[in-house]
Design a protein around this ligand. Structure first.
Ligand SMILES: Nc1ncnc2c1ncn2[C@@H]1O[C@H](COP(=O)(O)OP(=O)(O)OP(=O)(O)O)[C@@H](O)[C@H]1O
Length: 305
C-alpha cells in the first residue's frame, strides 16, 4: 500500500498550565480542574487516567475546543484555546484536532457506510479524498468495513473506523475519551493498539483519557489525575540487558508544578500512614519524607502527664 496520501502531519504539542475549570450550577460551585499542569511533546502517545469525577472529561472537553477554562493557559499545536476566535475554533476542531468518543453514536453516523463516515469530515473541511479514506481504513485494519453501516460492524470495528474518521483531516493531535469504555478486554486491547498504530504511522500526538488502568500497558506515558490536578506519572520503556534480553521498565514520577507543589501517591501515603503534616529533609540527591513523629511524641507525653 502506498503511504503517499495517508502521511500525517507532525504531531502537535499540548501545553496546559495551572488550568482551572469551575462549574456553577444553582449557586453551587464545583472545581473540576484545580490548577492542572500537563505538557505533551509532539508525536507522543499519552494516557490520562483517574477515578470518576477527577476531571478527565473536563480536560478533554477543553482540549477539544468545546469548552473554555475558567483560568490558566492551554495551547494545542500552537493554538491558544483561551483566546481563539469563533473562526479559529471551527478551524481548530476541523483540522488541528480529531476526537474519538466513548459512544459510537457520537463518532459515526448510522446511515452512512464506514468509508462515507471517513469522507464526511473531509467534506466539511474541503475536498473529499476517497482514496485517502480507503487507505486510512486499510491502515487501521478495517478496510472490510468501508461498505458497511455501523450497525453491521462489531464494537471494536466501529471504534477503529471512528479512529479513521478522527484522522481523516490529518489533525496534529488526536484526542480519545474512554475509547474502550463499551468494549471487552480483548477488543479494548485491539483499539488501543490501533491508536498506537496511528501515533507510530501517522506521527499524530495521541492523548487517551480513561479510567481503565490497563491502558498504561499500551502507551509510553500514563498521567494520573487526582482532584483536578496531575498527580503522578508512569513512564515505560524497553531496555536490553547485557545478554540481549528485552524487558519493560516502568518508573513512577510525581508531577511538580511551578511553585513546587506535588502530590504523594495514595499508596505511599497509606503505606506509611502519613497525615496532616510530614517531616521533610533535603539530602544531597533526594528529599526525604517521614511521618511526623514529633506530634505523636507530644500526644504520647500529653497522655502520660
Ligand atoms: N457541566 C457540569 N456542571 C457541573 N459540574 C460538572 C459538570 N461537568 C462536570 N462536573 C463536575 O466536575 C467534576 C469533574 O468531572 P469530570 O466529568 O471531568 O470527571 P471525570 O474524571 O471525567 O469522571 P468520569 O470518569 O466519571 O467521566 C465532577 O465533580 C463533576 O460532577
Amino acid at each position: 500500500m502506498s503511504t503517499s496520501t495517508v502521511d500525517g502531519v507532525p504531531g502537535g504539542t499540548i501545553e496546559c498550565e495551572d488550568l482551572v475549570r469551575i462549574y456553577s450550577a444553582e449557586g453551587i460551585e464545583v472545581q473540576a480542574l484545580q490548577g492542572l499542569t500537563l505538557h505533551v511533546a509532539a508525536g507522543d502517545l499519552v494516557a490520562v487516567v483517574g477515578a470518576s469525577g477527577s476531571g478527565k472529561s473536563t480536560l478533554l472537553t477543553i482540549l477539544s475546543g468545546l469548552d473554555t477554562p475558567t483560568a490558566g493557559r492551554a495551547r494545542v499545536a500552537g493554538t491558544d484555546l483561551l483566546t481563539m476566535s469563533q473562526a479559529q475554533r471551527v478551524h481548530y476542531q476541523r483540522r488541528t484536532v480529531g476526537f474519538v468518543w466513548q459512544q459510537t453514536s457520537r463518532n459515526l453516523l448510522p446511515y452512512l457506510t464506514g468509508a462515507e463516515n471517513v469522507c464526511l469530515p473531509m467534506a466539511l473541511a474541503g475536498p473529499v479524498d476517497s482514496a485517502r479514506a480507503e487507505e486510512l481504513l486499510d491502515l487501521l485494519g478495517v478496510a472490510h468495513c468501508g461498505d458497511k453501516r455501523p450497525e453491521q460492524m462489531s464494537g471494536g470495528e466501529q471504534q477503529r473506523v471512528a479512529i479513521a474518521v478522527a484522522a481523516a483531516n490529518t489533525p496534529q493531535v488526536l484526542l480519545a475519551d474512554e475509547p474502550t469504555g463499551e468494549l471487552d478486554e480483548a477488543t479494548s486491547a485491539e483499539v488501543l493498539e490501533t491508536l498506537r498504530h496511528v501515533n507510530a504511522e501517522l506521527g499524530m500526538t495521541v492523548l487517551i483519557v480513561t479510567h481503565d488502568p490497563t491502558v498504561s500497558e499500551h502507551v509510553r506515558r500514563t498521567v494520573q489525575i487526582r482532584d483536578g490536578r496531575t498527580s503522578t506519572e508512569v513512564l515505560r520503556r524497553r531496555e536490553t540487558d547485557e545478554h540481549g534480553a528485552e524487558r519493560h521498565v516502568a518508573e513512577e514520577f510525581a508531577v511538580l508544578d511551578r511553585v513546587g507543589r506535588m502530590q504523594l501517591p495514595q499508596d505511599f501515603v497509606a503505606a506509611l500512614d502519613l497525615k496532616d503534616r510530614v517531616r521533610l529533609a533535603l539530602e544531597p540527591d533526594h528529599v526525604g519524607v517521614w511521618r511526623d513523629e514529633t506530634r505523636e511524641r507530644q500526644r504520647h507525653e500529653g497522655g502520660e502527664r
